[in-house]
Design a protein around this ligand. Sequence first.
Ligand SMILES: Cc1cc2nc3c(=O)[nH]c(=O)nc-3n(C[C@H](O)[C@H](O)[C@H](O)COP(=O)(O)O)c2cc1C
Length: 158
Amino acid sequence: MEERLTILVGTMTGTAQLVAEEVADALKAQGVAADIQVMDGLTAAVFAPGGAFLICSSTYGQGDVPDNAQRLFADLEQKKPDLSRIVYGVIALGDRTYAQTFCFGGKRFDALLQSLGARRIGEIMLHDASAGTIPEEVAVEWIGPWLDQFREARDEAA
Ligand SMILES: Cc1cc2nc3c(=O)[nH]c(=O)nc-3n(C[C@H](O)[C@H](O)[C@H](O)COP(=O)(O)O)c2cc1C
């Protein structure tokens, strides 16, 4: 069976989109089809088919999800769909200059999805824009071990 997952992108200035594209390429090289969807206009219905997702989101405002993610986030909060058929990973982009709200965009998605019954695979990837590391490089390194854990979880479930 072909492996596939959907990468949902929350971004203000495009970094998370770039990260998603590089991660999708790395996944394709491992035989996984990754479909990138920017969050603009998405609703909770995006999770209805079930399956595997990567949330790739930056952080804005007072630790908020980016503007293009607000609708999806609010719709999930309001409709509270049962996401127990969903597994997911989180790539959270932020900046430690915002010490009180570091990477809260991705962390808030994580807390919300868990509260709706979804199962997170692996640890959240946290990228600090002040660290001098390139987010897409960090993400491509992170995705290899994540994919191993994803496959282990899938084999356990089979
Ligand atoms: C106005 C503004 C507010 C931000 N607020 C936060 C924040 O509260 N917490 C955090 O960790 N990063 C914060 N950031 C950093 C961004 O999340 C980070 O630079 C990210 O890499 C941007 O990704 P994007 O281009 O995909 O939007 C903020 C950046 C800006 C410009």
